[in-house]
Design a binder for this molecule. Structure first.
Ligand SMILES: Cc1cc2nc3c(=O)[nH]c(=O)nc-3n(C[C@H](O)[C@H](O)[C@H](O)COP(=O)(O)O)c2cc1C
Length: 331
């Protein structure tokens, strides 16, 4: 995998991004991934104030000269976007991962400083938009991803984007938790990998032990989509609390979210309440357990470290590759 495009573009050994995860990613995860020879990105919104973001980026930059990134939400809901972009560029971030909205400004300003921009995409239409804007790669978020998953399976999404946009690196995001998956996605044509869920159950992650334990105890079939947290459906573990509140907006919420005059405020309220729920559940024991994760939690067996997970991914990938592709050809 070391010769895949992402490794070359970022000058790293392994083309693996430890994914940006709201409330979960932190400086320790970034530094551990970089030290291993991979990379990681943190959502700028994980920091409450611009000063906290700046300090965190300085800590990472002083600990490593390897490439690390920041995830910027580029739609109107992120009122801090301009300031965060400026801080990241001043503090020497190597790349951005943009999600939602229009990344035009991020691409233009980053390229002036040689900073790369990868854009989250879930379909061809949006991919075309960001390729036309000049992005440096597509993060292809498939239907098996944790968070705001796409609707297209990896077996279709990656080959489709490679075919439609030749020469544009495609980083596959969703459902990767072992060497078999890495190899399979490489065979599909991916130029790099973005992996989130397995890194929630790590000693570096700042979230509660209950959340980490849930990643280990629950199974793939326990992961469901909810539209209760924001306008965009998101994957969560079906805890008793999630089952109790349901995963669909109730008729009043639906009415308000569709009403022409009120929908702007209703969406803001849903988003605010959803983020508060996630935040409270992420950091403390609470019966209101709303934990975001993807179905690849199936393969998490213990609380580990970022380095150990990366090591095991690379090791199992190499074993798999050797056992499958170095057999003598049958006549
Ligand atoms: C807990 C959690 C939080 C996430 N938060 C964000 C986020 O803030 N921004 C973003 O672009 N993607 C976010 N994602 C998506 C990841 O960046 C990544 O694409 C996804 O985790 C890949 O799928 P996997 O979890 O199956 O590895 C999140 C995913 C999870 C599991």
């Amino acid at each position: 995998m070391q010769d895949l495009a992402l490794a070359k573009v970022l000058d790293i050994q392994y083309p693996i991004i430890v994914a940006p995860m709201f409330l979960v990613s932190n400086e320790a995860m970034l530094i551990a991934a970089c030290e291993f020879g991979a990379t990681a990105a943190v959502p700028s919104l994980n920091y409450r104030t611009p000063e906290e973001l700046r300090k965190a980026l300085r800590r990472v930059r002083s600990a490593t000269n390897k490439a690390f990134g920041v995830n910027l939400i580029v739609n109107k809901s992120n009122i801090h976007m301009q300031e965060h972009l400026k801080i990241c560029l001043e503090e020497g971030v190597d790349y951005f991962i943009t999600s939602l909205g229009n990344p035009k400004q991020v691409i233009e300003e980053s390229h002036k400083q040689g900073v790369k921009v990868f854009c989250d995409v879930v379909d061809e239409k949006y991919a075309k938009k960001v390729v036309d804007l000049g992005c440096d790669g597509l993060v292809a978020v498939n239907s098996g991803a944790g968070g705001h998953a796409g609707s297209i399976p990896v077996t279709v999404l990656v080959p489709m984007l490679k075919e439609k946009f030749p020469g544009v690196p495609v980083i596959s995001a969703g459902g990767i938790a072992n060497g078999k998956a890495l190899l399979a996605v490489e065979v599909l044509g991916a130029d790099g990998f973005q992996i989130g869920t397995p890194f929630i159950a790590t000693k570096e992650a700042p979230v509660s032990e209950e959340y980490k334990k849930a990643i280990i105890d629950y199974h793939a079939e326990d992961v469901v989509m909810t539209s209760k947290l924001s306008g965009t459906p998101c994957t969560v573990i079906a805890t008793d609390y999630v089952k109790k509140i349901g995963t669909e907006q109730n008729p009043i919420e639906k009415f308000l979210n569709e009403n022409r005059q009120l929908k702007k405020y209703a969406k803001m309220l849903t988003h605010y309440k959803g983020m508060k729920l996630l935040e409270n559940a992420a950091f403390q024991a609470s019966y209101k357990s709303v934990w975001c994760a993807g179905p690849s939690l199936e393969f998490s067996k213990e609380i580990s470290s970022v380095k150990d997970i990366l090591q095991s991914l690379v090791h199992s990938y190499e074993e798999e590759k050797n056992s499958r592709f170095s057999r003598p050809a049958k006549l």
